[in-house]
Design a protein around this ligand. Structure first.
Ligand code: PLP
Length: 373
């Protein structure tokens, strides 16, 4: 997809906000605990490379991504820090990950056996760094019992020339929930599994943003810090932030057209909106192809700092808003962020769409240029 640099619609990313959020968390960590910034999905839509640099400047000592290509993007950009891939990779890529010193998450022993064959054939100088994923209740990937975990650890022990047991971790599914009953169950499962280890690897970790913000006692020696680094409360609004998080992402545009409708005139596909009286309507050059969802009909944007309703269906590339008066072409439109006393957050959009701010941030497509403050 081309990047729309000739259109006045853009995401603006505040790197100072990123740095301050991450630095605040680094400063709260105790002992030898490190912070790896999670920059998967293009840094939650904020730009993986720029976020990685801001995170490094703020004290992050490594990165987490979801897929191998995201890790390779960081290496190609010159980042030499540890990188952990959180998802399951292809065993055939084990030699490539070993060469690039990219750590793989391993969820089952058969993966290790397959990867070991590729590593033996490739004769890499470097061993493959492995973090064992434990499924303590997320139900996604990982070892679930001490017996299966032992099989994996024993296999690594007898193939130590190819495989380095670098880390062990789990992921909590309800760390952002005010009700901590299930969280405690997962912690107990984790302790049982980790308690069965004869030797701890270099990294032992359980914490995403929510765990580190609200259950920091669990952190051990590494935090996988994602959404809070971007300035977003992992719980939405359910639990108060222990320190103020600063949202790093804004989305702005301009009016490209303004007209006065007469009673009975309709707007957009399906003619779902019809003016009841004479009213001014502006057109904003953004639509669902940019990740600004069609479901946002009836929501609002800020025009010149005032909330204006989105009327009619959101089109692929344009949407229309009802204005309090005539405005010039070029008037500023804020779709996410602050204008004067008014603000629209990713959480407001997520609430309207019935989803979470993570999905809204990641959903903005590459057609939107990202500008960095
Ligand atoms: N760790 C794992 C395994 C994840 O899957 C994720 C995100 O999905 C994170 C850490 C970061 O989570 P958050 O963005 O909530 O901090």
């Amino acid at each position: 997809m081309v990047v729309g640099v000739h259109r006045p619609t853009q995401l603006v990313i505040d790197r100072q906000a990123l740095r301050e959020n991450i630095c605040a968390e680094v400063n709260r960590l105790e002992g030898d605990c490190e912070l790896f910034m999670v920059v998967k999905a293009n840094g939650y839509g904020h730009g993986a490379i720029q976020v990685a640099q801001a995170a490094k400047d703020a004290g992050a000592s490594g990165f987490c991504v979801a897929i191998l290509d995201e890790a390779l993007e960081l290496r190609a950009a010159g980042f030499n820090e540890p990188i952990l891939i959180l998802g399951v990779t292809e065993p055939a890529d084990a030699p490539l990950m070993a060469r690039e010193k990219i750590s793989a998450t391993v969820a089952a022993t058969d993966w290790l056996i397959d990867a070991d064959r590729y590593l033996a054939l490739a004769k890499e100088d470097q061993p493959l760094r492995v973090h064992l994923g434990l499924d303590t209740g997320m139900g996604r990937i990982g070892f679930r019992t001490p017996a299966t975990l032992k099989t994996g650890i024993d296999f690594m022990g007898s193939n130590a020339d190819h495989i380095l047991f670098e880390g062990i971790f789990t992921h909590f599914s309800t760390a952002d929930d005010p009700d901590d009953a299930y969280f405690k169950k997962q912690v107990a499962n984790w302790q049982k599994l980790v308690g069965s280890l004869k030797k701890r690897p270099r990294y032992v970790h359980v914490s995403n943003s929510a765990t580190s913000l609200w259950h920091a006692a669990c952190n051990d020696n590494l935090v996988r810090f994602g959404v809070a680094g971007y300035g977003l409360n992992p719980s939405g609004t359910a639990i108060a932030e222990p320190y103020p998080l600063q949202p790093a992402m804004s989305l702005t545009s301009q009016l490209v057209h303004c007209k006065e409708l007469q009673p009975g005139d309709s707007v957009s596909y399906g003619a779902t909106y019809t003016a009841q009286q004479a009213e001014w309507v502006g057109t904003v050059p953004i639509g669902y192809a940019d990740g600004y969802e069609r479901r946002l009909q009836g929501f609002h944007v800020l025009v010149d700092g005032q909330a204006c309703e989105i009327i009619g269906r959101v089109c692929m590339d344009q949407l229309m808003v009802r204005l309090p008066k005539e405005y010039h072409r070029g008037t500023k439109v804020t779709l996410v962020g602050r204008d004067g006393a008014a603000a629209i957050s990713l959480q407001d959009i997520a609430d309207y769409c019935g989803t979470i701010h993570y999905e809204i941030a990641c959903g903005f497509t590459s057609r939107l240029p990202r500008y960095y403050l």
